[in-house]
Each structure stands twice: as C-alpha cells, then as structure tokens.
Design a binder for this molecule. Structure first.
Ligand code: GUN
Length: 283
C-alpha cells in the first residue's frame, strides 16, 4: 500500500489566496494587518524563516517589517522595542524569532508581548487559554497540522494519537489541540522507553523530535496518519524530515512530505493569526 500524500504546499496556497479578500476588507476600513518580526543574532536558519514570514505577509497585501539586532544586544533594548510595538495601532502581530541568544530570558521576552498581539500563541495567557480549550491564538505549526487533518477529513475523536516531541513550540500545543479534539494522546520524546510500543499503537503519529529520519517504517501502524514536523538540514545541504518518508509511505494511510508538508502551513497560520488579530481590533 502506498499512502496518500497530504500536500501542505497546495493547501497553504489555497488558504493564502482566500486571505487576500479579508486583508483588503480590513485595509478598506483603515486596518491593514501588520506583523513585526524581531530577529536577534545571525542564525542562518532563523534568517530564512524570518524572510519567508515577512514575504508571506507582503504577498497577500499585509504590512510587515523585520527588526534585527546584533546577537550581543541587551534584553532591555528589545523589551523597549516590544513596548513601543505594543502601543502601535498599525501593528497587530509581534513575533520574536526563537531561539534567542543565551543571555536572554526567553520567557520574560515572550511575556512582554501584549497577549492580543501574540500571534505565535506563546504568551502564558494564550497558552493557558489553549489548555482550557478556549484558544485565542493557536501556535502556528500545530495549527497548520490541525488544518491538514481537517482538509484530509481525519476524524480525531477517539483516535490514538502519539506526539514525539515535547517542545513549547510544537509538541505541547499539538498535544493540547489533539486532546481538545477528543483524541487519546500520548506525548513521547526521543528517550521514551519502548517508544516502538507507543508509536505502533498510533492512529495519528506526529513527529516533532528534530532528528533526521527518526521515525522508521517499523514504528508505524498500517494505515496510520503520519505527520512530519521536522526540518533537518543534512550535510549535503538537502532538507529532510523526522520521518523516513520512503519507508513509511509504504505503511501509512496518509503522510506529509518534507519539504512541501507542514512547513508551508506554519507561515500560513501565522498570516491567519495576524489577520484574526486585526479583525478583532477592527471589530
Ligand atoms: N522558531 C522555530 N519555530 C518558531 C515559531 O513558530 N515561532 C517563533 N517565534 N520562533 C520559532
């Protein structure tokens, strides 16, 4: 059996096209959605992500700008900028690209962003709202995965879902969304004892572990939906996910590729959250 491929690139494009009318309707009322992305330091991967976020906004008529700081900048300078952006009526979303340099207190920076402009959904208030089942902003990557389930008509109710990875950015919010959707959820990590026993039970398997081709075909239940959140750069420069795609596609029922799977959905949901923030403000 060969799995059905869930085409994130096509779904992302379809959604982005549908956002244009919402952006123009807001702009006509004087509320063109605006996103500021703050980048500290020169991590090459982060630079690519940030450029794609800004360009993704501009391509659908939103306002977007990047603010960059040298890695040695002090936290107070960044906090002062965030306070300015919190007060700027033309800015609806503020995102600080992670990871930050080691001398930063990441939590303090994320908490400084006004909760109503926290389009990443990382502010404690927004994490709490998600945990309570009343999300205000859903973190972009797991939000994109949920949209893919929706598109693929995957009914999550009562399904065994296994998430490999426990990060604040993907694993934890992914688990909360699956719980809220009625799945039976297990959160594993790369060191989980007898990981195979968990993954083989999974009707839904989400890999967000950050290790190239970590999920192999023997770990997948026949017919399972396999979601690959990994973006790993191999020594030859090629991108590769956390899932051994070629092996797993022979076992899974549905599977996401890398590239062209979850990746394009992440930025799409960032655009969705920023438009949503602007719509709430416009009333
Ligand atoms: N670094 C990796 N993924 C993300 C993300 O979704 N948001 C932010 N702010 N930083 C990231």
């Amino acid at each position: 059996m060969t799995a059905q491929i869930i085409d994130g690139k096509a779904l992302a494009e379809e959604l982005r096209q549908s956002f244009k009318a919402r952006v123009e309707a807001l702009a006509a009322k004087g509320h063109r959605p605006g996103l500021v992305v703050i980048l500290v330091g020169e991590d090459p991967a982060s630079e690519v992500y940030v450029r794609n976020k800004v360009n993704g906004c501009l391509a659908i008529g939103m306002h977007s700008e990047k603010i960059t700081y040298d890695a040695a900048v002090d936290q107070t300078t960044v906090l002062k900028k965030i306070a300015e952006l919190n007060a700027d009526p033309n800015i609806h979303g503020i995102l600080v690209q992670l990871p930050l340099p080691k001398h930063f207190d990441e939590e303090a920076v994320l908490e400084a962003i006004a909760a109503e402009k926290d389009v990443d959904g990382f502010h404690a208030e927004n994490v709490g709202a998600l945990a309570q089942g009343n999300p205000r902003f859903i973190p972009c990557t797991p939000y994109g995965v949920m949209k893919m389930f929706e598109k693929g008509n995957v009914d999550l109710t009562g399904q065994e879902a296994v998430v490999i990875g426990r990060s604040n950015i993907v694993g934890k919010p992914m688990a909360l969304l699956l719980i809220n959707a009625g799945a039976t959820v297990t959160v594993c990590n790369s060191r989980t004892k007898d990981l195979l026993a968990h993954t083989r039970r999974a009707d839904i398997l989400v890999a967000a572990v950050g290790k190239p081709r970590f999920v192999t075909a023997d770990m997948v239940k026949p017919g399972a939906v396999v979601i690959d959140v990994g973006i790993n750069r191999l020594p030859d420069g090629k991108l590769c996910g956390d899932v051994d795609f070629d092996g797993c596609k022979e076992v899974a029922g549905q599977i996401t590729p890398v590239p062209g799977g979850v990746g394009p959905m992440t930025i799409t949901m960032l655009l969705a959250n920023t438009i949503e923030a602007a719509e709430r403000k416009a009333g």
